[in-house]
Write a protein that binds this ligand. Structure first.
Ligand code: PYC
Length: 320
């Protein structure tokens, strides 16, 4: 039996994060992007053991804290979900801040952490509230037409907020919690259509997150969203990288001014407060996202040698 793996679980606006705090595999150093490639190539069974059934479930997002050689950062982070690693994760960064406070290894204040796509800064404002300054974000293409078989034509903006998003308004879907199955089916068709119709992010990067918007009745929010993630689970939170992509579009359209707060509600009613400012040449914006997280578990994961399912259902070490 391997050493127990300690994890701290939290939820950020309903979306779970599981941070591995002991038993982190050695990823041979280098940049966090290099370490992510080693993780993807050699340790996919470890990812699956942490987040997939029987220990986890499809909506679980995991995180590994890894060494960083970046001069501004004390450590790095690799986020991952039920199907692979994520470039970045906003709700997970909020969960990370609250987890470090729970563990007593960080107090209130600012930290910088290296992600595979750049340095993220976050500030722990109280035991539960974190404000993160995300990687530079931007809208790549506006109002792109897509034909979604069975649903018809629709349009979306392609934007980067630490992951690639297709952001849609004219989807004709009702963004209600009771409609999660239909919304998931619709967004799944959109993902397939994006790929079939060659609609991609910059440098041909696949768009693996779909974000639907609608108005909201909630006076504390400016809009509601539904975000489908790559493992075909929806984000219970308003999605940190998705909200970064959203404020990049709003800033480009001059719907919000630099620094103006946009309150993004999720499909479960949780809210992130976001804003963005331009970089020097206005090619990118720097989004800020504020949200709250709560600890839900402090646990030891056990992987027993004779358990055929110790790496999660559908995974064995030889399937790496
Ligand atoms: O909050 O950025 C986010 C996120 C990405 C996938 C799930 N949550």
């Amino acid at each position: 039996m391997s050493e127990p793996i300690r994890v701290i679980d939290s939820h950020t606006g309903g979306e779970p994060t599981r941070i591995v705090v002991s038993g982190v595999p050695d990823l041979r150093g280098g940049s966090v992007l290099d370490q992510m490639h080693v993780f993807n190539g050699e340790l996919d069974h470890f990812r699956s053991a942490i987040v997939n059934e029987p220990r986890g479930w499809d909506a679980m997002v995991g995180a590994l804290l890894v060494p960083s050689e970046h001069p501004d950062c004390d450590y790095g982070v690799i986020f991952f979900n039920n199907v692979g690693s994520l470039w970045m994760c906003g709700h997970g960064t909020i969960g990370l801040g609250v987890t470090l406070k729970y563990l007593g290894v960080a107090g209130l204040g600012t930290q910088k952490v290296e992600s595979p796509v750049g340095v993220i800064e976050f500030e722990l404002l109280d035991d539960h509230t974190v404000e993160l300054t995300n990687v530079p974000s931007y809208r790549y293409r506006k109002d792109v037409e897509i034909n979604v078989p069975g649903y018809g034509l629709a349009h979306g903006d392609i934007a980067w907020g630490g992951n690639w998003f297709f952001l849609m308004k004219d989807h004709r879907q009702q963004l209600e919690l009771g409609n999660v199955r239909q919304l998931t089916e619709y967004c799944t068709s959109v993902v397939h259509s994006l790929s079939a119709q060659g609609i991609v992010g910059e440098d041909g990067k696949p768009i693996d997150h779909v974000e639907l918007f609608s108005q909201t009745d909630n006076p504390s929010a400016d809009a509601r969203n539904f975000v489908l993630c790559p493992g075909l689970q929806y984000d219970r939170s308003p999605c940190g990288t998705g909200t970064s992509a959203k404020v990049a579009c709003l800033l480009a359209d001059e719907v919000i001014a630099p620094g103006e707060v946009w309150r993004q509600e999720s499909i479960v009613g949780s809210i992130f407060e976001a804003s963005a400012v331009w970089n020097e040449d206005q090619s990118r914006c720097i989004p800020t996202i504020r949200g709250t997280a709560y600890i839900t578990a402090d646990a030891q994961m056990i992987l027993q040698d004779n358990d055929n399912l110790r790496f999660g259902i559908g995974k064995s070490e030889s399937l790496q």
